[in-house]
Design a protein around this ligand. Structure first.
Ligand SMILES: *Cc1c(COP(=O)(O)O)cnc(C)c1O
Length: 386
């Protein structure tokens, strides 16, 4: 009998995290600045190539600062993917700006470039030029950034990539987070690597990142006393937590490999089943970290088994699975926002489920999951050893 819960995605330490955290403690760098913060930023910059990085207290805070850096003001409009976690949209509201929601396309499940063009044209015709575009790389899958970047360039609107779930993913060999004018990452507890809580803002533009550090430390002007000519924030990452981040960066590549292996394993045991569709890389240009393995179940083809039936069956065995993100245009708080529909995200929400994808699951865990999938979907199983 197995009593431990199998989580959707739980923290997975690499072993060196405590060494750096202890160093911070021993040298009394117990503050939201210090050697670990600097080194963690450098590790991320090296991993992403050609990027400047500021380590922050959350991904949400990083997006908030990105919008401030792009001068988003009350009454402005900001374009964002509807099919996402609320944190992709909330910071727009913090600034009194208005979210313009864009539906997804079927290939990557992310922002539809055609709907994006329609939205921009429509907003322009109403006399409003959007201040930014926020595509999201859901579950690690790259959005069609090449097309989105082209559209953004054409209309001269800056892109902020929400790469919170996509550290280690690539499109056409270019790491996600570095396609846009700005990008942000999250190191929350359930992400592919974690600092327990944390985030980062990344850009090729050094000035923007320098400015983000200034804003994140209460916007203190150069003076012997505390002088302020701008509104500031307290958004820097703790030097202790950055130590955890340094340890986690050492195992990032391994974590990506493990998540992709888990995704492959699910496919090996489920692909033969009609009515199941995985979120999949549309071509060799796409490389997902497969942070979470996500699929849809069409009850018309699975003998009536929908995503709720499967979710509840897993829950009964203490295994966490979660419906796909409920789109923002369906959320009570955002359902008044302009929305440019393709119909895709509603169908994904109705039929989709995220399966347990933590890199620290063992053979026994996988066996439990496989047992439930087998029972519920009555699979003719192939031998799917991971
Ligand atoms: C986790 C997440 C965020 C927010 O990051 P935090 O570090 O938790 O604030 C934003 N967008 C997406 C898509 C996320 O999954």
């Amino acid at each position: 009998m197995k009593n431990d819960k199998i989580w959707l995605s739980s923290p997975h330490m690499g072993g060196e995290e405590m060494k750096y955290a202890q160093e911070a403690y021993d040298t009394n760098w117990v503050a939201p600045l210090g050697p670990n913060v600097d080194a963690f930023e450098e590790d991320i910059a090296n991993f992403l190539n050609v990027c400047h990085v500021s380590a922050l207290s959350s991904g949400t805070g990083a997006l908030h600062l990105a919008l401030v850096l792009l001068n988003v003001k009350p009454g402005d409009e900001v374009i964002v993917q509807s099919f996402t976690f609320a944190a992709s949209v909330n910071p727009i509201s913090y600034l009194g700006a208005k979210p313009i929601l864009i539906d997804s396309e079927r290939k990557t499940w992310n922002m539809c470039p055609d709907a994006l063009v329609k939205a921009i044209e429509d907003r322009l015709s109403k006399g409003k030029k959007p201040k930014a575009i926020i595509p999201v790389h859901l579950y690690g899958m790259p959005a069609q950034m090449d097309r989105i970047a082209e559209i953004a360039d054409h209309y001269a609107i800056p892109v902020i990539e929400d790469a919170a779930e996509a550290l280690g993913s690539k499109l056409k060999g270019i790491k996600l987070g570095t396609w846009g004018k700005l990008g942000f990452l999250s190191f929350n507890g359930n992400k592919i690597i974690t600092t327990s809580g944390g985030g980062a803002l990344v850009s090729k533009d050094k000035q923007l990142i320098d400015k983000s550090r200034f804003l994140a430390t209460q916007a203190r002007d150069q003076a012997p006393h505390y002088e302020h000519s701008q509104i500031g924030y307290n958004y820097r990452l703790s030097n202790i937590l950055a130590g955890i981040g340094r340890g986690q960066m050492k195992v990032l590549q391994e974590r990506v490999r493990q998540r992709r292996q888990i995704n492959k394993w699910y496919r090996s045991i489920l692909n033969i089943q009609p009515g199941l569709t995985f979120q999949s890389e549309p071509s060799d240009d796409y490389y997902s970290n497969y942070w979470l393995t996500a699929m849809t179940l069409d009850p018309n083809q699975t003998g009536g088994i929908g995503r709720e039936a499967l979710r509840l069956a897993l829950e009964e065995k203490n295994i966490e699975a979660r419906p796909l993100w409920k789109p923002m245009h369906l959320q009570p708080i955002f359902n008044n926002c302009p929305f440019y529909s393709t119909g895709v995200s509603e169908q994904l929400f109705n039929q989709g489920l995220c399966l347990p994808s933590g890199s620290n699951m063992n053979q026994e865990d996988l066996g439990c999951i496989e047992g439930v999938l087998n029972r519920v979907l009555s699979l003719s199983l192939v031998d799917g050893k991971i």
